[in-house]
Design a protein around this ligand. Structure first.
Ligand code: ADP
Length: 319
């Protein structure tokens, strides 16, 4: 193999830059040519592909987001669109592609692999919802961001005896919520992996107040309920001022933590190693601290992320 490409796709995540840098620098040190694709699969389709050198990735390891840009490009589900993308890659002589993104981006990489074009997937998303890895690049940075937001809300909520409902990201994965609830000392965590009983939650809050709780912090994963409506109901039932805060995109920004920079760098280097050793159609993960790779088609079709019951039970004892 002589030429490889790299792109970032889907929702951006802190540490994506470190992963691109890992791929670029590792490829160059192995004597490969490496090409960056701008704006994910959209740029692949539009042939916005540029040769990278060591300087292309200078001063990016500390920056959040992705300097290559990312895009949502649903047209990539269309085989003819993907065929055009493969033609563009072939035109440049690029023989394999590293895709850094979440489960949607993995689908795109899987489809290219099925069409005979080898891809390597690196898990880049704050949601931690990618199969085959304990941690995704960006997850722990986002977790720190959520915790600092909860700490701030706690200060003002406890000063006012206020109840706080905080919506965090995660799509359909409760990892960010569970860990943030534990680390942020929240009283309740509502996650998609567990049944949600609004009446029960409200009665638990009432019971907490009766037992002398000065304030309550309720952390909820997005897409479960309307947190503003929930706050109104809690306020009506308890008579306590209740405010909802949707943390939104602040969770996706900021400088990656040391852990994410190291993880992203390791994964970037590992992806190049896999390609040099003749592996294509793989996705990379970190399991119990070790880098691993799986068949990308099998990972998407058969591997499911397992919800961390231990974390859930731990939280239940702390609330
Ligand atoms: P993430 O990668 O963060 O999960 P998305 O779900 O938006 O983000 O996916 C990113 C991109 O991956 C999409 O905009 C699309 O270009 C591509 N993609 C998603 N699903 C598929 C699919 N089933 N087939 C081909 N490409 C897909």
């Amino acid at each position: 193999i002589k030429k490889i490409g790299v792109l970032t796709s889907g929702g951006d995540a802190p540490g994506m830059n470190a992963a691109i840098r890992g791929v670029v620098r590792a490829a160059l040190s192995e004597g490969l040519e490496v090409y960056g694709v701008y704006d994910g699969y959209l740029g692949l389709y539009e042939d916005r592909i540029e040769k990278m050198d060591r300087r292309s990735v200078s001063d990016v390891i500390n920056r959040g987001g992705t300097f290559l840009g990312s895009a949502r490009f649903p047209q990539f589900k269309d085989e003819a669109v993907r065929q055009k993308a493969i033609e563009n890659l072939n035109k440049h002589g690029i023989e394999a592609l590293v895709v850094i993104g979440g489960d949607g981006s993995y689908m795109g990489a899987k489809c290219l692999t099925e069409m005979g074009y080898p891809c390597i997937g690196l898990p880049g998303t704050i949601d931690n919802d990618v199969p085959g890895t304990d941690y995704t690049i960006g997850y722990l940075t986002a977790l720190n961001c959520v915790i600092s937001a909860i700490d701030r809300l706690r200060d003002t909520s406890s000063s006012h005896n206020r109840i706080s409902v905080i919506e965090v990201m995660g799509r359909y994965c409760g990892d960010l919520t569970m860990a943030a609830a534990i680390a942020g000392g929240a009283e309740y965590a509502i996650v998609p992996e567990k049944p949600y009983d609004e009446t029960q939650l409200i009665e638990d809050v009432v019971k907490g107040i009766k037992n002398g709780k000065k304030h309550s912090i309720i952390v909820v994963t997005e897409h479960i309920t309307d947190v503003h409506q929930l706050s109104k109901k809690i306020e009506a039932r308890t008579g306590r001022e209740t405010r909802a805060t949707i943390l939104g995109h602040v969770q996706r920004g900021g400088a990656p933590t040391a852990f994410d920079r190291v993880l992203a760098s390791r994964m970037g280097v590992y992806a190049v190693d896999l390609l040099i050793n003749g592996h294509g159609g793989r996705c990379v993960g970190v399991v119990s601290g070790e880098l691993v790779h799986h068949d990308i088609i099998d990972a998407i079709e058969n591997k499911r992320r397992v919800f961390d019951e231990e974390l859930y039970l731990t939280a239940a004892k702390l609330f």
